[in-house]
Write a protein that binds this ligand. Structure first.
Ligand code: ITT
Ligand code: NA
Length: 202
C-alpha cells in the first residue's frame, strides 16, 4: 500500500501528514521518493481542476495512487480574488511582499467588508482502480489590518479567525488542524481511506 502526496508546499505537507497521521506509513512525499520534479502549470479554471492536474501528472509518472490539493484565499472585497491565483499573486515575490500587496489593496476597506475564506479541494486519484475522489473544505474569517504571528505559511498572518480571536499566523499547527479548510477537506478524504484502505478493499 502506497500513496503519493503530490505537493511541493512544505506547509501543506506538514499539515496533511498530521491530519492523515494514521496513514503516515503508506504516504510518500515527493521528497521521500527523491522525485525532484516540478508540478505542471496549473491552467485549470477551478481548484478541482488544478488539484486533479497535479494528481494526474504524478499518477501517470509513477503508476501509484496520488493525493493532491489546490487551495486559495478568497477575499469578498476583491471579488473573490486571490482564489485559484493565490500562489501566483504578485508574481515571484515572497509572502511578506504578497501580504503587503494584499493589505495595500485593502487599505480603505472597513472591517465589515473584509470577509474572506480559505478554500481547499483535495483529490485522491487511482488510475488503475479508476477512482477519483474530490472533497472540499472552507473556513470563514477576515483580512486583518496588519499581519500577526509567524506560524503557519502563506497568507496565514493576515487571516483573522473570529472564533479564536487570532490570525492563523498566531496559532499552532495542532489548532489550525482543528479548524482549517485543509483539515475539513482531508478529514473527509480520510473516510474514504478508512473504507477502502484500512478496510482492505484496496
Ligand atoms: P502545490 O501546487 O505544490 O501543492 P502551491 O503552494 O503552489 O503548492 P496552490 O497552487 O494550491 O499550492 O496555492 C495555494 C496558495 O494559497 C498557497 O501558496 C498559499 O498562498 C495560499 N494558501 C492555501 N492554503 C493556505 C493556508 O492554510 N494558509 C495560508 N495560505 C494558504
Ligand atoms: Na493553484
Amino acid at each position: 500500500k502506497f500513496i503519493i502526496l503530490a505537493t511541493k508546499n512544505e506547509g501543506k505537507i506538514r499539515e496533511i501528514l498530521d491530519i492523515l497521521s494514521e496513514y503516515r506509513s503508506w504516504i510518500k512525499t515527493l521528497k521521500d521518493l527523491n522525485l525532484d520534479i516540478e508540478l505542471p502549470e496549473e491552467l485549470g479554471e477551478s481548484y478541482e481542476e488544478n488539484a486533479f492536474i497535479k494528481a494526474r501528472y504524478i499518477a501517470e509518472l509513477t503508476g501509484y495512487p496520488v493525493i493532491a490539493e489546490d487551495s486559495g484565499l478568497e477575499i469578498d472585497a476583491l471579488k473573490g480574488e486571490l482564489g485559484i491565483h493565490s500562489a501566483r499573486f504578485g508574481g515571484s515575490v515572497g509572502y511578506k511582499e504578497k501580504i503587503r500587496l494584499v493589505l495595500e489593496k485593502m487599505k480603505d476597506i472597513p472591517w465589515e467588508d473584509r470577509k474572506a475564506r480559505f478554500v481547499c479541494k483535495a483529490v485522491f486519484y487511482d488510475e488503475k482502480e479508476d477512482i477519483k475522489i474530490i472533497t472540499g473544505g472552507k473556513v470563514e474569517g477576515y483580512i486583518a489590518y496588519e499581519p500577526r504571528g509567524e506560524r503557519g505559511f502563506g497568507y496565514d498572518p493576515i487571516f483573522y479567525f473570529p472564533p479564536l480571536g487570532k490570525t492563523f499566523g498566531e496559532i499552532n499547527e495542532f489548532e489550525k488542524n482543528k479548524y482549517s479548510h485543509r483539515f475539513m477537506a482531508f478529514n473527509k478524504l480520510k473516510l474514504f481511506l478508512e473504507c477502502f484502505y484500512k478496510g482492505g478493499k484496496l
